[in-house]
Design a protein around this ligand. Structure first.
Ligand SMILES: Nc1nc2c(ncn2[C@@H]2O[C@H](COP(=O)(O)OP(=O)(O)OP(=O)(O)O)[C@@H](O)[C@H]2O)c(=O)[nH]1
Length: 354
């Protein structure tokens, strides 16, 4: 049943909270069982035994992902229990507050149209109960003192449950936002910035560069013969290599450096406050770290992994693309000159100077 309902399947945290609520509600009902015996209201006392049984079944149903059955049981329990509580000992018992707990839960557990229909039904039931108690006296009234105690107890439980639900909603929304932001800005495999986000970040960095004139170095790093690694050891090993390469690049550069997965096996690093010579030194550091790392395939074979890199420095007349293009040209030269090396884009600079 649950598998056919994408709304229910898409909010697993809600169903975790529903399980907790079942535990909490069952505990409260056990307390009520003894309380109403003491207060001389046996019907309400025994209602709690049925309630606990319903919560146990609902809890187990949630565990088996039978969410439809669970929500039906929880609904039935609260509606009957709240109704009986009000009819037997009066509106002043505060049992009706439990009905209000459904309002936020409805919107999380149902599609909008269903939630609105259920909300209208809930409102009708709540109002009908209220009006009924205008015309009839409670069927099993209890003394004013205990009635006040029951009211305060119910009010406190509803306060606690609302707080818990509100805390849950805020936590869920915050974590969903964080996840969305991460998905929108990072590459899932390596955890580095993705190309789109990197472009935004670098544009900001370059605006800063234009203001204060500090140098910015661009490093384009590309794994050599990566296709052969994939072909020989499989795509999964290729993925693991990419993750590890990203990790090593990160550790070898500074925290303020911006690093992205720019293409399949190509990485872009933008180093603020770094001239072309320092950029070259950083690229060399990365290249050596990757060269000396022990790259082992799952079968224990050693993988020979090297990278080639091209380095350029941002110039006042550049835009993002022209600076990257120069680093790319240097990278091509590294590949042409035999790979496993770092080249600078000096051609254009010489041309401009002459
Ligand atoms: N495992 C894995 N492979 C990828 C991924 N993205 C791109 N590739 C592979 O990277 C390889 C890149 O191959 P090429 O562009 O020929 O480059 P190369 O083999 O590294 O050769 P050179 O760059 O010339 O040294 C291709 O086989 C892609 O399938 C990825 O996310 N995971």
């Amino acid at each position: 049943m649950a598998a056919r309902n994408p709304v229910r399947e898409s909010r697993p945290q809600f169903w975790q909270v529903a399980k907790r609520c079942c535990q909490l509600a069952a505990t409260v009902d056990v307390a009520f069982f003894f309380l109403f015996h003491l207060l001389g209201s046996p019907i309400l006392a025994w209602v709690n035994v049925v309630s606990v049984a319903m919560y146990v079944v609902a809890y187990r149903a949630l565990g088996k992902k039978q969410n439809g059955l669970a929500i039906t049981l929880i609904w039935a329990e609260v509606i009957i229990h709240a109704g009986l509580g009000v009819v037997l000992i009066g509106w002043e018992s505060g049992f009706h507050y439990y009905l209000l707990m459904f309002i936020p839960a409805l919107f999380v557990s149902m599609r909008l149209r269903g939630a609105i229909a259920a909300l209208a039904g809930l409102w009708g039931y709540y109002v009908a109960l209220y009006l009924l108690m205008w015309f009839i006296e409670p069927l099993q009234p209890i003394a004013p003192g205990p009635l006040l105690g029951v009211y305060l107890f119910n009010l406190s439980v509803v306060f606690a449950m609302f707080s818990y639900l509100s805390f849950f909603y805020v936590t869920m929304v915050t974590s969903a936002n964080r996840k969305l932001r991460r998905m929108a800005t990072t590459d899932p495999l390596t955890g580095l910035f993705n190309r789109r986000h990197m472009t935004c970040l670098v544009e900001k960095e370059l605006a800063r560069f234009r203001r204060n004139g500090h140098p910015v170095a661009f490093l384009v790093l590309d794994i050599d013969h990566f296709k052969a690694i994939n072909d020989q050891y499989g795509h999964e090993t290729g993925d693991r290599v990419l993750e590890d390469v990203a990790g090593i690049i990160k550790t070898r550069l500074r925290t303020q450096d911006l690093i992205a997965r720019w293409g399949g096996e190509e990485f872009l690093a933008v180093l603020p406050d770094t001239g072309i010579q320092s950029g070259q030194a950083s690229a060399e550091r990365v290249r050596e770290a990757l060269l000396t790392h022990d790259w082992l395939a799952p079968n224990g074979e050693r993988i020979d992994l090297t990278i080639s890199a091209g380095v350029s420095e941002f110039r006042a007349e550049d835009d993002l693309n022209s600076a990257i293009n120069r680093a790319d040209r240097a990278l091509y030269r590294s590949k042409e000159l035999g790979r496993n090396r770092v080249e600078l884009e000096v051609v254009q600079e010489v041309a401009l100077q002459s």
